[in-house]
Design a protein around this ligand. Structure first.
Ligand SMILES: Cc1cc2nc3c(=O)[nH]c(=O)nc-3n(C[C@H](O)[C@H](O)[C@H](O)COP(=O)(O)OP(=O)(O)OC[C@H]3O[C@@H](n4cnc5c(N)ncnc54)[C@H](O)[C@@H]3O)c2cc1C
Length: 295
């Protein structure tokens, strides 16, 4: 397992900027990101300081990546599927290797929208959860389903195996695409879903387009990639209105965890993400140095 002073989830402007400040403080840092993030769709940026002519999102990120790597930042292309606290800091699981760190910076961009399946809103907190680490315990010996079709869904399903008596992944018409080692105790159902049904105000199961019904006691939403909110919820980091709450120095409520960029609900601009990244990076470096000197 890799151990670094600081791990940063997200290789967009916020994460890369943070990494530059951490590495220049003399600490080792790994940036783990799935792809280039929001800027992948931006052909022309002409409001970012220092560029006389418009630059594409890809070019801007390539430059930031090269700058960070030249300074000694390790950049890993991987999808983080979960984060937990350890005795020494935090551990990130991913579809590649696991990483341990003393301090963690979340820079995962704007959280995705919730899936639009009838019943989701209605049963939130009543059998419908967004975090296996947080709520898995409540489903000991029960039947649960995980809604999703990628690495994150499989990771959540694996987590639930320690509690539930049966775990079914529901891909809602998609193919399960994951490069994490599966477990044959996990069932996979690819049928399109019509709605989530309940009785007495609590989830009772899933109705499929075929009119078949799967009876479950709980449903865990794990569509797409783990978002900032999913990672925050797993750690106990405070969120509000779908963003991570931070103080002026980029710190969350959990010592050692910082956040920057779109995931904090800041103005969605590169300049803001880069600025918040700088603040979070410096704060994380200060935190790590203090933790080392206190030992
Ligand atoms: C079409 C478009 C055009 C835009 N044009 C402009 C513009 O002209 N000027 C401007 O200033 N701003 C523009 N923006 C806004 C700008 O892109 C964002 O504000 C900025 O990219 C935010 O940076 P970030 O680092 O917070 O998030 P992002 O750039 O979104 O980066 C998020 C990172 O987190 C990673 N990630 C997320 N979840 C995981 C996970 N579970 N595991 C691993 N990695 C993960 C992603 O792969 C990515 O690397 C535009 C945005 C869009 C969508």
């Amino acid at each position: 397992m890799k151990m670094v002073d600081c791990a940063i989830v997200g290789k967009g402007p916020a994460g890369l900027s943070a990494s530059i400040y951490v590495v220049r403080s003399g600490l080792n840092v790994a940036v783990i990101g799935r792809d280039i993030g929001a800027l992948s769709k931006s052909e022309k940026i002409e409001n970012y300081f220092g560029f006389e002519h418009p630059i594409s999102g890809h070019d801007l990120i390539d430059r930031g990546t090269a700058q960070a790597e030249r300074l000694g930042v390790e950049i890993i292309t991987a999808e983080v599927t979960g984060a937990v606290m350890t005795d020494h800091g935090f551990k990130l699981s991913s579809n590649e290797e696991s990483i341990e760190c003393r301090s963690l910076i979340l820079a995962t961009g704007r959280p995705r929208k919730k899936p639009s399946i009838e019943g989701i809103k209605e049963y939130e907190g009543a059998g419908l959860s967004y975090c296996a680490i947080c709520d898995g315990f409540f489903y000991r010996g029960k039947n649960v389903a995980v809604l999703g079709s990628g690495n994150y869904a499989l990771q959540e399903a694996l987590e639930l195996l320690s509690y539930a008596s049966s775990v079914t992944i529901l891909t809602n018409g998609r193919k399960l695409e994951s490069d994490i080692e599966p477990d044959n105790r996990i069932e996979v159902n690819t049928d399109p879903i019509t709605r989530i049904e309940g009785g007495d105000g609590f989830v009772s199961g899933i109705r499929f387009d075929s009119d078949e019904f799967l009876s479950v006691d709980g449903i865990f939403i794990a569509e797409g990639t783990a978002s900032a909110l999913d990672l925050a919820n797993g750690l106990g980091v405070a969120t509000a209105n779908n963003v991570i709450e931070i103080s002026e120095d980029g710190a969350t409520n959990l010592p050692g965890v910082f956040a920057a960029g779109d995931c904090t609900g800041a103005l969605t601009q590169v300049a803001v993400a880069v600025g918040q990244g700088a603040i979070a990076g410096l704060s994380a470096a200060k935190y790590i140095k203090k933790a080392k000197s206190d030992k």
